[in-house]
Ligand binder design. Structure first.
Ligand code: TXA
Ligand code: MG
Length: 328
């Protein structure tokens, strides 16, 4: 085998070298990095060539725009118009953190990043290593979640290594993601603002600060303005079904249970993953994607998942479950 063939199939370096990761980004490379939500697959947002590699690595359709990640609030006006007074209000409370705002874009943001939309989605991540990386790169960083399009989101460096490790330049290890579900995406151009994707900042917390938030209409489900809202997304390879009541498993099938709390019985399940023994939604969110991944690796006939209470992070978790369960 030639050394060339070997190098293309090798997994990229994984580490915590911020200078190395920043240099790669500044020079047009693709670097996965940990954030508080999920791992991102980063590239210089102002370099269309680098961004097009992100789409290629993810096999992501070009109609699905990316989130631009910033190191600080001062950087915001370099990519977006900040005239809306809600922006400052929301930023003061939720940034840095798991909130993405959709704002009118500046002309220097390539169409590839925004899929030709007049708006750009931006957020300042809370994870200190992520912010240090963006600051050191000296560029706004476009980053979707670091998973192949439509599949389970990564919340650990080794999840990224498994799925995309041979196709990228570096994995900047930020440890396990604290929040565990993606950022909340909010469009502030509408009145009231519209929730495009439930996520790490709860609707309740948003409404405490800015008053009522509009939930997406069912028309938005068929013509999604945030393609993370496509009906099928975050999907395991194993068929997934949501259970509404405590039904026992079908004994003729090898089934795994993704349980919110400890189930009343483990009988008949091939495997059980408990997301939070105390029924804590924050803990459940932090464990969610990793537990789904472990069940998916067991080659079961199916995965059955409990739905979550429809409040707080439970909304984002139910959203991910419904899309993971959707088949077309
Ligand atoms: O937590 C997160 O948001 C993670 C980490 C890495 O920051 N990123 C993430 O990116 O989840 P991605 O690409 O998997 O999801 C981005 C979502 C998609 O639903 C996309 O359609 C929406 O943001 N989006 C991006 N730009 C938009 C725009 N201009 N208008 C409406 N939605 C937009
Ligand atoms: Mg994603």
């Amino acid at each position: 085998m030639s050394s060339n063939t070997e190098s293309t199939s090798a997994i990229c370096p994984v580490g915590t070298d911020v200078e190395r990761a920043a240099q790669l980004l500044a020079n047009g490379g693709v670097v996965a990095f940990g954030t508080e939500t999920v791992y991102g697959l980063g590239a210089d947002a102002l370099n269309p060539h680098a961004v097009s590699r992100v789409f290629a690595v993810k096999e992501r359709p070009k109609f699905d725009p990316l989130i631009v990640h910033l190191a600080d609030y001062e950087q915001l006006s370099t990519v977006a118009d900040v005239e809306n007074s809600l922006v400052e209000q929301l930023a003061a409370v939720f940034w840095p953190g798991p909130l993405t705002l959709v704002l009118p874009k500046k002309p220097n943001v390539p169409d590839l990043v925004t899929s030709g939309l007049p708006t750009v989605a931006v957020r300042i991540p809370e994870h200190p290593q992520a912010r240090a990386l963006i600051a050191a790169a000296g560029k706004p960083i476009a980053a979707p979640s670091a998973n192949p399009f439509g599949r389970i989101s990564p919340t650990r460096a080794d999840h990224v290594a498994e799925q995309l490790g041979t196709k990228i330049d570096y994995i900047f290890d930020g440890g396990p993601c604290r929040v565990g579900v993606e950022s909340t995406v909010l469009d502030v151009s509408t009145n009231p603002p519209t929730l495009l994707r439930p996520g790490g900042v709860t609707v309740e917390a948003l409404e405490d600060v800015i008053g009522p938030v509009a939930l997406p209409s069912s028309a938005a489900e068929t013509h999604p303005s945030a393609p993370g809202m496509l009906p099928s997304h975050y999907a395991p390879g194993t068929p997934l079904q949501i259970r509404e009541s405590v039904t026992p498993p079908d004994p003729s099938r090898k089934l795994g249970l993704l349980a919110f709390r400890e189930p009343s019985s483990r009988d008949g399940w091939s495997n059980v993953e408990v997301l939070s023994s105390t029924g804590d939604l924050v803990e459940a969110a932090a464990n969610f994607f990793a537990a789904l991944r472990r069940l998916d690796a067991l080659e079961l006939d199916g995965i059955v998942a409990d739905s979550f209470p429809s409040e707080g992070l439970g909304r984002a978790l139910n959203d991910r479950l419904q899309r993971a369960a959707h088949t077309e």
